[in-house]
Design a protein. Structure first.
Length: 354
């Protein structure tokens, strides 16, 4: 018999989510009921499978394939956390109530539907009750490096766990660095070579910047180890055999210093780009749904729109977003009354046109 709880926790760890939170969320969605997981019973809204995915909103995933659905759901939660600047109440509420609704939420528990209140209570516990901080950047212009060090210091003495990417699983060196920055809404991929690719060169490192250690004869990857730069004598890292702590720099290794984009002023271009990618993708899915309703308009939906990719400049993403809205609105006009119903569904799902 498949252990769906273990599968849920493993996928959460791989995607950088807290496995405890994700397990409670999926428990809320499916109650771990076989008839729900096996798609023998759908919700009144048409949600199916272990992650209760509504196919008309998410046509590119099979909700009846538990592994595929869990992976998709985990990545969707990550995208929502990015959209709401790391606010867990907003992200999980959006999964349950819809991002279009949560975009205008004031953060007060009493402002949520009763179902969503209970949903957050179970997933997040009583600690969130009362109000949730509204997503935003109150510390715009601030150097965030002291905050990342403070986050990292919570785990002093914790042992090294190979492949660990979160507090629930434990950390390896790259997971430790990526997790701390991810908590500040500055996500990057949790592998050393990817950390190098997702950050910028730095010739004046300060505490909280990143130091990658390079060996001339390294096997497998260019950088076998990574940590937070503290000064010329030490690093704060998660190191095999000793775990999390302040340690001397790795003897015999070259040092490559990197800085996370936006850490000095809290304006993170990767975060902004991924938010736009997620919004474009969501609206494109809605466009595909409209196209299914009226086949002859499919070409107009794709006219002038490129699917987002990691190297697409932000200005190109903005142009795409505008073109997607224009194309879909053109179809709504052709559909008349049915178009208004679909437009209302889009606004509920992705929010109004910016």
């Amino acid at each position: 018999m498949t252990d769906y709880r273990a599968m849920t926790r493993q996928i959460a760890a791989e995607e950088g989510l807290d496995p405890d939170l994700f397990e409670r969320q999926i428990g809320q969605e499916s109650s771990w009921s076989p008839d729900v997981i096996e798609c023998r019973r759908a919700s009144s809204a048409g949600a199916e499978g272990i992650a209760q995915i509504i196919p008309r909103y998410h046509p590119n995933v099979d909700p009846c394939n538990p592994h595929e659905a869990l992976r998709y759901a985990a990545r969707f939660v990550v995208s929502l956390l990015q959209r709401y600047d790391g606010s867990m109440p907003h992200a999980f509420a959006a999964y349950n109530w819809g991002p279009g609704n949560v975009d205008g939420w004031d953060g007060r528990r009493a402002s949520l539907p009763a179902e969503t209140q209970h949903y957050l209570d179970v997933i997040l516990g009583d600690g969130w009750r009362g109000s949730a901080p509204s997503p935003g950047r109150d510390d715009l212009g601030a150097d965030l490096r002291p905050r990342v060090i403070a986050l990292a210091e919570q785990f002093l003495g914790q042992p090294y766990v190979w492949g660990g990417k979160s507090p629930a699983t434990g950390f390896d060196c790259s997971g430790f660095v990526a997790w701390a920055y991810g908590q500040l809404g500055m996500p990057f991929r949790a592998y050393t070579d990817h950390i190098f690719a997702d950050t910028n060169a730095c010739d004046d490192p300060g505490p909280g910047d990143i130091v990658l250690y390079e060996y001339a004869d390294s096997q497998g990857c260019r950088f076998p180890h990574v940590g937070f730069y503290i000064d010329e004598n030490q690093t704060l890292d998660c190191r095999g055999g000793v775990g999390v702590g302040y340690h001397p720099h790795v003897v015999g290794a070259g040092r490559v210093y990197r800085r996370v984009p936006g850490v000095l002023d809290n304006v993170h271009p990767i975060q902004e780009q991924r938010k736009m990618e997620g919004l474009i993708t969501a609206i494109a899915y809605m466009g595909d749904n409209v196209a299914d309703q009226i086949e002859q308009t499919r070409a107009s939906l794709d006219d002038g729109v490129e699917r987002p990719h990691p190297d697409m400049p932000c200005e190109e993403l903005r142009r795409n977003l505008e073109q997607v809205f224009t194309n879909i609105d053109r179809v709504y006009q052709e559909l008349g009354g049915e178009g208004q119903r679909l437009r209302d569904t889009r606004v509920q799902f992705v929010g109004p046109r910016p």
